[in-house]
Design a protein around this ligand. Structure first.
Ligand code: ADP
Ligand code: MG
Length: 669
């Protein structure tokens, strides 16, 4: 390990027997050897030109010198350290702190301004924002681009773009400038300007390695190395320059060109996390804005996923609650029974008190409640109305899971004593006593008899049945038969409550058996199994809710795949940008973080929009009368799922991007 000031007699860069092959005979591609064993020492402060005809291997050599590529064979020592031992983070550190690249094709990031392009290397080295901006603008001003800070590359001429890329190379110090055909794409005037700049930098102490096919350009360097067909064929090898020169352009007066030792296996100079995250979010946001159509399509996928999860779960839950409510009011253990003419002809049977007592004996049965009910004229003062008068035993509130909100219900004893008592439904109360909140003790005339109001039932709300229980009035069964329904010889129907919802079908069979025996084998009665129907409906609704949930989950996954697709496309489209970022010193983790940030930004905004749209759709459904129940849990779950799927599917392309080889990425492969 070398530390402290660099020994002037030790080469900065020492290449021994460097070879580079392309192709792989194993997979059918012919093996091409581009570099045939290069030996080269470059000292700090030298201005070296590597000259050779096109295809002689100059760029390949430069990529190896700049640690953008690894040699197939041979050794590369940087300040005495073997580069082959460096991990990818240490190589990124070298590219960031030691080298500054200037390419023939400029390699600026098209979506960023001149100033932002110049700032980029400092982002990865962790320079605070204000210093970064100040330094970038200072460099651009010195290079004559003070008026062009905010311009994007396509708003600049070739010469200006190349000056931006030189400024970028100087951003982190640019101790060693690697310039590959920097004047190749420029007119002679701009080319001359760029060369003047490089000479000035060399004079200021920067080590310059200039690659060119043009001998006149090469002649401006202090040392010219000629390469042909991957071999060094000439070297003007002058004396090593003195290392103790100062860099005025980039470093300011009096700063010595000294490099810290390469940090090994650690992130000693890792940029502050928050700054990098902010930077990644900023550039992700810019990318999203520049590709509006693509962004909106991805967002649409996520939004649809989130909305469908939220809405479908809300509908499923609404349907489930409705059934549960019905179960609560109608009961899942309720059977109905009444007399009926037999299918074989003849008169309807009689359901007698003895029949009912026999049913009460059955172990499967908890309660047997005969009911008589008809619309009857009911009067209070001047107000009269046809009201359904429901005559049943004191068990009615138990069977219907219903309670009085005012006063009380009558008792069994009162029923047997034929007490003239009445309990009002919620709406019946409103109708007969609109101005009397407490009507207890008032007398209603039902038919021809007076009944005393002793209670008001609580509001039951809309039932699924045709009758509205809130409209009715309730009187005891026996006094009903004695005072109102004198002509009635048997109940209109009988409500039977089974011991539990599990035994309703057994109860039905038992009732059938007992009545058939008591009616001499004639089936002159009918049994309605409402409980079985409700249970079946509950099961259907349950499976519907499960199905809706599945559909919703599928659409979420489809949304996630959409994110992955877009991320893959983004990686492909932006390979060159990834290459540039790596060339200026981004670590693999920086690239990974950037792409993950982009994925999270997309999924977070998609998830948020999804929540809003889901709430809107829900509001429309509520207005349309569809029973929906929104739960915060479902919403949070859908949001979290969207973000997680987006991140999971965004991770793979991000990983791919981070693993890219800098040279290949730069070539846009
Ligand atoms: P120069 O920069 O001197 O023009 P290069 O270093 O770019 O030359 O290329 C040298 C040779 O290596 C060329 O013949 C080129 O075709 C070949 N070459 C460069 N890159 C690859 C690659 N990725 N795969 C195969 N051959 C390559
Ligand atoms: Mg080349």
């Amino acid at each position: 390990m070398v530390s402290g000031p660099v020994d002037a007699n030790q080469p900065l860069i020492a290449l021994r027997g460097i070879r580079k092959h392309y192709g792989d005979p194993a997979s059918g591609q012919p093996l091409v050897t581009v570099l045939h064993g290069i030996d080269l020492d470059i000292y700090a402060g030298e201005f070296v030109a590597v000259v050779g005809s096109s295809g002689s291997g100059k760029s390949t050599l430069m990529n190896i010198l700049g640690c953008l590529d690894r040699p197939s064979d041979g050794s590369y020592h940087f300040q005495g350290q073997d580069v082959a031992q460096f991990d990818s983070d240490a190589l990124a550190w070298l590219r960031r702190e030691a080298f500054g690249f200037v390419f023939q094709g400029y390699h600026l990031i098209a979506s960023e301004s001149a100033s932002e392009n110049v700032e980029m290397p400092a982002i990865y080295s962790g320079l605070p924002k204000e210093e970064r901006v100040q330094r970038a603008q200072g460099l651009l001003q010195r290079l004559g681009l003070g008026e062009r800070l905010g311009n994007r590359p396509n708003q600049l001429s070739g010469g200006q773009q190349q000056r931006v890329s030189i400024a970028r190379a100087l951003m982190n110090g640019g101790h060693i400038i690697l310039a590959d055909e920097p004047t190749g794409a420029l007119d002679s005037h701009s080319g001359a300007e760029v060369m003047a700049l490089l000479r000035e930098l060399a004079a200021a102490g920067h080590t310059i390695i200039l690659i060119t096919h043009d001998r006149d350009v090469a002649a401006q360097a202090q040392r010219v190395i000629e390469i042909s067909d991957g071999r060094v064929v000439g070297d003007s090898a002058s004396q090593p320059a003195t290392a103790a020169t100062t860099a005025t352009i980039a470093q300011g007066e009096g700063t010595r060109m000294e490099l810290a030792p390469v940090p090994q296996g650690g992130s000693a100079s890792a940029a502050p996390l928050v700054a990098e995250l902010l930077e990644a979010a900023r550039s992700a946001w810019r990318g999203m804005r520049l590709n509006r159509v693509r962004t909106s399509l991805t967002l649409l996928g996520i939004v649809i996923g989130v909305v469908s999860v939220i809405v479908m779960l809300a509908i499923g839950e609404g349907a489930r609650r409705k059934v549960v409510e019905q179960m609560g009011t109608m009961g899942t253990a309720i059977l109905y029974m009444g007399s009926k003419p037999p299918a074989t002809g003849g008169p309807a049977g009689q359901i007698t008190e003895e029949d009912l007592d026999a049913l009460r004996e059955l172990p499967e049965i908890r309660r047997v409640m005969p009911v008589i009910g008809d619309p009857i004229t009911v009067r209070y003062g001047n107000a009269d109305k046809q009201v359904y008068v429901f005559a049943a035993s004191e068990e009615m509130p138990l069977v219907h899971h219903w309670k009085p909100k005012l006063g009380r219900y009558y008792t069994d004893t009162e029923d047997r004593d034929l007490a003239p008592l009445v309990v009002l439904g919620h709406k019946a109360h409103k109708h007969f006593f609109p101005d009397t909140p407490n009507p207890l003790g008032r007398q209603l005339i039902i038919g021809t008899s007076a009944f005393e109001v002793i209670g008001v039932m609580s509001e039951r709300g809309a039932d699924s049945g045709a009758q509205d229980y809130d409209d009715m009035v309730f009187i005891p069964y026996q006094s009903g038969r004695a005072r109102v329904y004198q002509a009635q010889t048997q109940p209109d129907y009988v409500v039977v409550e089974a011991m539990s919802s599990e035994v309703v079908n057994e109860a039905e069979t038992a009732i059938h058996r007992v009545l058939l025996a008591r009616h001499g084998g004639r089936e002159d009665f009918g049994i309605g199994n409402a409980a079985a129907r409700i249970q079946a409906e509950a099961a259907t609704r349950q499976s519907m809710a499960v199905m809706l949930g599945l559909i919703a989950a599928v659409s979420l996954v489809v949304g996630g795949i959409g994110v992955m697709n877009v991320m893959l496309m983004t990686v492909r489209e932006r390979t060159r940008e990834i290459g540039i970022r790596m060339a200026v010193g981004a670590r693999q983790s920086d690239i990974l973080r950037q792409f993950l940030t982009e994925a999270s930004l997309v999924t977070l905004s998609g998830g948020t929009v999804g929540l809003v749209v889901g709430a809107l759709v829900g509001a429309v459904l509520v207005l349309a009368g569809v029973p929906v129940v929104f739960s915060i849990r479902a919403m949070a779950g859908a949001f979290a799922c969207a973000v997680v799927t987006g991140l999971v599917f965004g991770y793979m392309p991000a990983k791919t991007a981070a693993r890219l080889d800098p040279v290949r990425a730069l070539a846009g492969e």
